[in-house]
Design a protein around this ligand. Structure first.
Ligand SMILES: Nc1nc2c(ncn2[C@@H]2O[C@H](COP(=O)(O)OP(=O)(O)OP(=O)(O)O)[C@@H](O)[C@H]2O)c(=O)[nH]1
Ligand SMILES: [Mg+2]
Length: 187
């Protein structure tokens, strides 16, 4: 079975940090396949995509998961369409800081529009919300973030991606969610 998971979110929310840290964690566990592919601008910002493959076995079934990020910078938004093609599930990486509160909402709205053009409904896809940067002094309480950033009312994970906190939990949560959804669709 082949799955595609895309990490999206505002510029500098920590999408690339998540995917890089996840790659290192999965590599150590022997379930990351091949290299970590990254295309960055000179300032270490995502230019096109970061991606890698994870391959594991559950109950005798091989599962290949392609993990990708989107570029958060506004000028690169047209590229998101290509990256989102055929997506099975999404991780919404939210910057918890007060100053980025409004941006998170704008990204949601824009991502919904991009997916709609491709015949997908963002609000009907499997999603896990990750509240990242919980270490920041101005991190908003989860109660304040939830009404804006979690219109799905879905599972959320608190994270400090730079320290690896919540990174693996987020990935496990989205894979479980996708598999559950696929299992339910079959029955
Ligand atoms: N304090 C803190 N900083 C973080 C955390 N996660 C990421 N960062 C920092 O935030 C900055 C942006 O992280 P990236 O992972 O490049 O963000 P991005 O979402 O990929 O950004 P774009 O590619 O431009 O969209 C970097 O300086 C990271 O070190 C976190 O949990 N806490
Ligand atoms: Mg990035």
């Amino acid at each position: 079975m082949k799955l595609k998971v895309v990490y999206f979110g505002a510029s500098l929310a920590g999408k690339s940090t998540n995917v890089k840290v996840l790659y290192d964690m999965l590599k150590k566990r022997g379930v990351a396949k091949g290299d970590y592919i990254s295309m960055e601008t000179d300032e270490n910002r995502t230019l096109f995509v970061e991606m890698f493959l994870s391959s594991f076995n559950i109950d005798g079934q091989n599962i290949d998961v392609k993990i990708l990020t989107t570029p958060g910078q506004f000028r690169l938004h047209p590229l998101r369409k290509v990256i989102m093609k055929g997506v099975d599930g999404l991780v919404f990486v939210v910057d918890s800081s007060k100053e980025r509160e409004h941006i998170n909402f704008l990204v949601l709205r824009e991502t919904a529009a991009v997916l709609k053009e491709q015949g997908f409904n963002l609000y009907a896809l499997p999603v896990v919300v990750q509240y990242n940067k919980r270490d920041l002094p101005d991190a908003l309480p989860i109660d304040e973030l939830e009404p804006v950033c979690n219109p799905w009312g879905t599972e959320y994970v608190e994270a400090v991606a730079t320290e690896g906190k919540g990174v693996l939990e987020t990935f496990q949560a989205i894979v479980k969610k996708i598999l559950l959804e696929k299992a339910c669709a079959k029955t």
